[in-house]
Design a binder for this molecule. Structure first.
Ligand code: NAD
Length: 429
């Protein structure tokens, strides 16, 4: 817990006006949200739900150190979260559970009239994407996809540059989730990032559920960390929209090799055939004629990178190499270090709260995503990342699966806004 002086917004809450927040899922990510909520003066934890008693115990200890008001705990079974949602005086809920629970829990929250904050990704099938949209429209209750990368300092600075026309008319983007997750998808069942080659019932934390998706689906199962920031820059669902996608998948060797190297070739998991290709490449067309290449690369050794490129008629920025080229301003035909540009276009919010935010995890972006959620809940207004964004970005998973199954055949994105994207205006980030 930090002892830093808190900025003025965090001092606004009084005993009576605090937001009452519930958390469903307090594994690694949910606990991170819990810690950040406990830092705020304008929020109070109302209830916690998790099916794992160990996680409840950790949450209870954290809460008891920081908060005196009563908290209710729910852990009876997998549907006990519905009792949490039925509580009186619950303003909002944050859902940080395995992916297959996401849509169901967010839909139930909206049905119960509780503003939902949903971890990424939002949905696994097109039907689930529509469920989010239809439930929001029918109930009038909001949901926000908690995509923290949209709030990363460099992303907000580059978005600022896009808005101020530094790159000219936008043409092409690249992004993706490029993160060696072998030691997360496979562990020893005792520590989340432990050595070992177990998963499912024998694993712990994400290996308990995430690895099954690599076993059973040849799809980009985690598109939003890359696509979310690009969608914000490209005004997707606000004057622009994702039109269609083609995807290809490589063979799968990464997880199998890791199992053999760390568990031996006689380990039962060495016989498994992982369906997910190690590199999945999707190319998306937008209605404004841009292309977006989205990569999913989580099963091979590599340094972490979300691989951003933002390119327009005047120049481009690339995160790998931290470099930029703007015609007429950069040395001719040569890359320039991006530092000076990122500082010049640093977002005002980061300038003001950057030091404080750094305490919140993931380099500060977790502070900003939570803050955006809390501020939207306070006014019961539509969030910066709404159900239409959640649906469009998450649709990459089922559409990439379909395209790969059909030898790269193009797949059309449904228009989840039903035409409203033509009228909706870009938000002020
Ligand atoms: N935005 C980010 O940077 C970021 C980082 C990590 C994880 N995530 C996302 O957060 C989510 C959770 O990931 P994690 O790393 O915390 O995983 P985790 O496995 O550590 O935590 C999931 C928790 O959900 C609980 N749970 C499962 N089913 C439940 C149910 N029916 N009711 C109540 N609780 C239930 C589990 O017991 C566990 O404690 C995932 O969607 C993941 O993609 C996002």
């Amino acid at each position: 817990m930090t002892t830093m002086v808190k900025p003025s917004w965090a001092l606004n809450g009084s005993k009576d006006s605090k937001l009452n927040i519930g958390l469903i899922g307090v594994g690694l990510r949910g606990t991170n949200h819990l810690e950040n909520i406990l830092l705020r003066k304008d929020c109070s934890i109302r209830a916690i739900c998790d099916i794992d008693q160990n996680r409840i115990k950790i949450a209870r200890e954290l809460i008891e150190k920081e908060q005196s008001s009563k908290v209710e705990y729910f852990s009876a079974n997998e549907l006990d979260y519905q009792n949490l949602l039925a509580l009186k005086n619950l303003d909002a809920v944050i859902i940080s559970t395995p992916w297959l629970w996401h849509t169901r829990m967010a839909v139930d929250a909206m049905e119960a009239g509780v503003y939902a904050g949903l971890e990424v990704s939002a949905a696994n099938t097109l039907e689930e994407c529509w469920d989010l949209v239809n439930t929001h429209e029918r109930t009038g209750t909001h949901m926000m996809l908690l995509e923290n990368v949209n709030f990363r300092r460099d992303i907000m600075a580059v978005t600022n540059m896009v808005r101020q026309d530094v790159f000219g008319e936008l043409v092409h983007f690249r992004c993706g989730y490029q993160h060696d997750l072998r030691f997360v998808k496979l562990n020893d069942g005792k520590t989340a990032y432990g050595k070992g080659v177990e998963f499912g019932e024998n694993g712990i934390s994400e290996s308990k559920w995430r690895t099954e998706h690599s076993l059973m689906r040849n799809a980009d199962v985690y598109p939003t960390h890359g696509l979310g920031p690009i969608a914000m820059m490209a005004d997707i669902n606000r004057g622009n929209r994702l039109l269609s996608l083609t995807s290809t998948a490589t063979k799968s060797i990464g997880l199998h090799n890791y199992i053999v190297e760390n568990g031996g070739e006689n380990h039962p998991n060495a016989d498994l055939k992982f369906k997910q290709g190690d590199i999945i490449t999707s190319t998306i067309e937008t209605s404004r004629g841009e292309s977006i290449i989205v990569t999913h690369d989580c099963n091979l050794p590599r340094p972490y990178s979300l691989g951003f490129r933002v390119q327009g008629g005047k120049g481009l920025w690339e995160v790998d190499g931290n470099r930029i080229y703007i015609e007429g301003k950069s040395p001719a035909h040569r890359w320039e270090d991006d530092q000076k540009w990122l500082e010049q276009y640093d977002h005002p919010l980061w300038k003001e709260f950057g030091d404080y935010a750094a305490e919140a995890g993931h380099g500060g972006m977790d502070f900003f995503v939570l803050n955006a959620f809390v501020e939207a809940v306070k006014e019961n207004k539509a969030p910066l990342i709404d159900c239409y964004d959640a649906a469009a970005w998450s649709a990459v998973t089922p559409l990439s699966e379909l395209s790969i199954e059909n030898n790269g055949a193009p797949q059309a994105f449904p228009d989840f806004t039903r035409g409203q994207w033509m009228k909706r205006q870009p938000d002020i980030w």
